[in-house]
Ligand binder design. Structure first.
Ligand code: AMP
Ligand code: MN
Ligand code: MN
Ligand code: MN
Length: 283
């Protein structure tokens, strides 16, 4: 059933969001979300809290995480849904993926210092809820706080992205590993916000083909990161590749996110919603 207010993508203070899992659950419920998932970057540390909070508001829940992957030299995000959050191989894989963020953050800070922005590492750390998860988002908050940029959108136009000061490339998990960790823990792998990657048509075709070959089963079609036209495009891609469709706001913060929890269009009716494949994993 496509007419379901499912929000299967958002972030808490356990990664780079600004709200606790409990505050997110409350906000999701207030916005009418019926099926929710907290999908922190490379981390499942918030899952038990999120499930308990979802229950207290009468929302159904799917476990979630958004895994950082390096595919042909570019960063891709793979959301996992409905896995066993206590699975050892998954937890070890995520811990390995988190490794190295500290050193990367130090290098980002060094680069920013060279263009006159001092103390960025310490500044970003003040926004970090989970020390293993220091991310570009935390640097962006520091750059807004100091007045270097007006908002986080401006930050990512002027800094922290390829070719700009503060960009430090990083090797994340492989696509094969990320899909395997998720599926072997009983979950479904989902390509997150496909319109956001700087791929050529051929590279994107390779991503979808290899993702399917590794056992990936779904793609985000309706997300806070897609325009209406992009949702139409990836609904077509889902049909071509025989993938189920997911829906999620990618909400990070009331101050930064344009799309609030649960406040996005329903999935197009002719697609298989990913939650139909996960009926037995809904808690
Ligand atoms: P990292 O995992 O440290 O590379 O940080 C990636 C995070 O930065 C993403 O999950 C987003 O939250 C944020 N981000 C990346 N690009 C942008 C952008 N153009 N606008 C806003 N946030 C962005
Ligand atoms: Mn993020
Ligand atoms: Mn993402
Ligand atoms: Mn996300």
């Amino acid at each position: 059933m496509s007419i379901l207010n499912a929000d299967l993508h958002c972030h808490s203070v356990v990664s780079d969001g600004t709200l606790t899992p409990e505050a997110l659950a409350q906000r999701a419920a207030a916005n009418g979300v019926e099926l929710w998932s907290l999908t922190d970057h490379d981390e499942v540390g918030g899952q038990h809290r999120a499930l308990a909070a979802a229950r207290s508001h009468g929302m159904k829940y799917l476990t979630g995480a958004e895994i950082s992957v390096t595919f042909i030299g570019k960063t891709v995000h793979i959301v996992g849904l409905g896995f066993d959050a206590d699975d050892d191989a998954l937890r070890q894989g995520l811990a390995a993926t988190r490794g190295g963020r500290g050193e990367r953050a130090q290098e980002m800070s060094d680069q920013l210092a060279r263009v006159g922005i001092k103390g960025a590492y310490e500044g970003a750390l003040r926004y970090v809820g989970n020390p293993e998860l220091i991310s570009r988002t935390h640097f962006a908050r520091f750059l807004v706080e100091t007045g270097a940029c007006r908002d986080t959108g401006e930050v990512f136009r002027r800094y922290l992205t390829e070719g700009k000061p503060g960009f430090v490339p990083h090797r994340w998990a492989t696509l094969a590993d990320a899909v395997r960790w998720i599926t072997q823990a009983g979950g479904i792998a989902v390509i997150a916000h496909p319109a956001r990657y700087p791929f050529t048509a051929n590279e994107e075709y390779a991503l979808f083909t290899e993702f399917k070959a590794h056992g990936g089963q779904a793609v985000e079609v309706v997300t806070g990161s897609h325009t209406a036209a992009e949702a139409v495009k990836y609904a077509q891609t889902a049909r071509e590749f025989g993938l189920a469709a997911s829906r999620g706001s990618d909400f990070h913060s009331p101050d930064e996110s344009h799309t609030d929890l649960g406040q996005l269009p329903y999935l197009p009716g002719e697609l298989t919603p990913v939650w139909e494949l996960l009926a037995e994993r809904i808690q």
